[in-house]
Design a protein around this ligand. Structure first.
Ligand SMILES: *Cc1c(COP(=O)(O)O)cnc(C)c1O
Length: 398
């Protein structure tokens, strides 16, 4: 018996069964549908991509996995070299893990241990955003601000080591003013808060955060598990404002295999580097640097560069803006567009009840959540397919 995610198993409706997938299309026994959410925002090149399939196939004939404890291999070395070249500035040190949540845990552990290694024992607090989402493991839930996890608060009481601020500069300044001595890091989903409700905010907030972190000696962490690889219309938001630690996941492997990476800059790396074994980073997921994952991730990044994905994303944004222009309804609070993300926020989540089946019958897979009907399509989508997705969203309100 499968226990499905985020579902009350008793009342859950039967999931759609996928028997094949190619490009933006998924096939059920009865129909084809466009995956408008890219399998939780990861399948940026679409399904069954020949180059990515080949990357996995050729590696599997060599070896699928060896551990990174005391061993190394070419796929992980090549991927880490590629990331070093591909990522901005001195974000050069890649620590691999098997999922975004674990990679965020690693980032939070790095930030804490960085200060412990320096003997700054009072820096135990984390600053994060209201409506933040950073994963489903315990510390990431705590750093997050998702109502679905408030049972944790009921069980354990007040959060003591996490402070939440809204994406407003005065509130940020006040939080730094008050807590800076105790903070080890400020962690954010930059520009676009995904699972917290597709909330978009301005780069000036992050520029100010960078200044404050520098001023008070606090590490800045960008969780780009969702926003990385072009989703906001920037390759990485880290291209605009550079964090000390960058977390990538989801699209890292083009959605082929779960893998993630926590990338540290020179300063963070040096905080661990030395002769003292106690200052080493104490972490090591069994499947970190998995050879299949690294091979496919390398090819995914090469495709992203060679086929100029940034222009594809720009095109998606242009078509989306054109198609959504002037679209309004009394039940809609706001339509938000950023890069390869469009969100129609409705006034009441009840308004979206039944939309998934409505979309399915029109050949589109959608998965609304909270008050959000949204699309984050694979970047290889054609204009016609994208218009179909957007028309389906609009049709719900007609
Ligand atoms: C999805 C997500 C995560 C968690 O990644 P998993 O691979 O599901 O563990 C963390 N942070 C953000 C911003 C995400 O969108």
């Amino acid at each position: 018996m499968i226990w499905y995610p985020y579902q009350q198993m008793k009342t859950m409706k039967q999931p759609y069964k996928i028997i094949d997938a190619e490009g933006v299309w998924m096939q059920t026994p009865e129909r084809k549908m466009i995956d408008s959410v890219s399998s939780w925002w990861s399948v940026i090149h679409g399904y069954k991509h020949p180059v990515l399939n080949e990357a996995v196939k050729s590696q599997v004939d060599n070896f699928s996995h060896v551990m990174l404890g005391g061993l190394t291999h070419e796929p992980v070395q090549k991927l880490s070299d590629k990331l070093q070249e591909f990522l901005p500035g001195d974000l050069n040190y890649s620590f691999f893990s098997d999922s975004g949540s674990v990679a965020v845990e690693v980032a939070l552990k790095m930030a804490l241990q960085y200060y412990v290694n320096r003997g700054e024992m009072e820096r135990i607090k984390v600053l994060s955003l209201t409506h933040a989402y950073h994963g489903d493991t315990f510390k990431t839930m705590e750093v997050g601000d998702d109502e679905d996890y408030h049972f944790i608060l009921e069980a354990y009481g007040e959060k003591k080591d996490v402070i939440h601020v809204p994406t407003e500069i005065p509130a940020l300044e006040a939080a730094f003013e008050k807590y800076h001595r105790e903070l080890n890091c400020f962690i954010v989903e930059p520009l676009l808060q995904g699972a917290g409700g597709m909330r978009m905010y301005d780069i000036s907030f992050l520029a100010r955060a960078r200044q404050l972190c520098d001023q008070y000696g606090v590490l800045l962490i960008f969780d780009e598990v969702a926003t990385g690889f072009g989703r906001t219309g920037n390759r990485f938001v880290a291209d605009l404002v550079q964090p000390d630690i960058l977390v990538l996941g989801k699209a890292l492997t083009g959605g082929y295999i779960g893998h993630a990476v926590t990338v540290a800059n020179q300063k963070v790396y040096e905080g661990f580097y030395g002769d003292d074994p106690e200052k080493a980073l104490m972490h090591g997921p069994t499947f970190m640097g998995n050879a299949l994952a690294c091979s496919v991730a390398l090819k995914s990044i090469e495709l992203f560069e060679q086929e100029d994905y940034m222009s594809k994303i720009q095109r998606i944004e242009e078509i989306t803006r054109r198609e959504m222009e002037g679209f309004a309804d009394s039940r809609i609070r706001e339509v938000r567009i950023m890069g390869g993300c469009v969100c129609v926020e409705v006034k009441d989540s009840g308004i979206l009840k039944g939309f998934q089946q409505f979309a399915y019958e029109r050949g589109v897979f959608s998965r609304p959540f909270l008050n959000c009907m949204y699309a984050m399509v694979p970047y290889i989508i054609s204009e016609e397919e994208l218009v179909k997705v957007l028309d389906t969203m609009k049709a719900w309100f007609l």
